[in-house]
Ligand binder design. Sequence first.
Ligand code: BJW
Length: 258
Amino acid sequence: MSEMVFESVTDLERVANALHRAQKITALTGAGVSAASGIPTFRGADGLWKKVRAETLATPEAFENDPKLVWEWYDWRRQMVAGARPNAAHDVLAQWTREQSGFTLITQNVDGLHEKAGTERLIRLHGSIWHVRCWQRCTAGRRDWRDDTTPFPTLPPRCPHCGGIVRPAVVWFGESLDASDVARATEATDCEVFLTIGTSAVVYPAAGLVHQAKRRGAFTVEINLEPTEASHVVDVALHGPAEKILTNLAALGRSGSD
Ligand code: BJW
């Protein structure tokens, strides 16, 4: 049951103390973590899908019907992300992964900003906007490869091996996530503290991780601008910008360990 639904010094201190004591910590991030870097979220007020239904663009069926239209959306997003820099939320999380071998970061984000911030041992559940693979699954092009071209000279871009269309190597609705990534993420729910940060917690299986962590006895924390589907599950909900709350938690951690 949710004990707190507002941010206060006491909430922050409880979370900071829990983080300070824990050996095994797992964080799950979503689009809200990149908002301060200028990347729109999916479902917020200025969300990427405010005017377009998800099913219109983020499904294999949409790509099959109109690959150029879907690629125009991804090409626009790639150009936006290419100019973006990690913000304080990415930086604090990256530092925690570098300083603590028991800290695992799982992300639903495809923008690459956690990697840019220097995150170690990142588990990417929904792929990467910077990776592509052959839609026809030709022998040489069936495995993902990195392609930083932006903007593409023609859309849809072509497979260098067979000349067919390539697709973004992201996970669309109705597609399976990589089984080994899901296994690693599930294993990471066996932790002392689980943080769900900047995600609306509606897309599964990612949204199920906080429930699993709670069942396994973790102290669970939500960091989000507003209440979400996860708010009633977590032990503490801190509502505010992730970049500010994580910075405050890092500062409390430093003063607590002096
Ligand atoms: C801030 C902030 C700031 C803003 N600070 N916070 C079980 C139950 C029901 C349905 C299913 C289920 N299992 C599977 C399904 C079906 C489906 C699903 O979940 N549907 C639900 C929507 C109902 N899942 C799938 O299809 C998955 N596949 C799968 O499970 O395969 C097996 C299977 C298939 C079918 C049936 C059953 C089993 C695949 C899901 C793939 C999701 N892909 C996308 C697109 C990726 C590529 C791309 O980027 O284009 O991933 S969808 C989109 O949503 C993207 C995101 O990663 C994902 C999550 O969004 P996120 O990150 O939470 O963003 P928002 O915008 O929703 O929220 C942002 C939050 O930030 C908000 O809360 C703000 O308040 C907050 N915020 N600024 C803090 N500064």
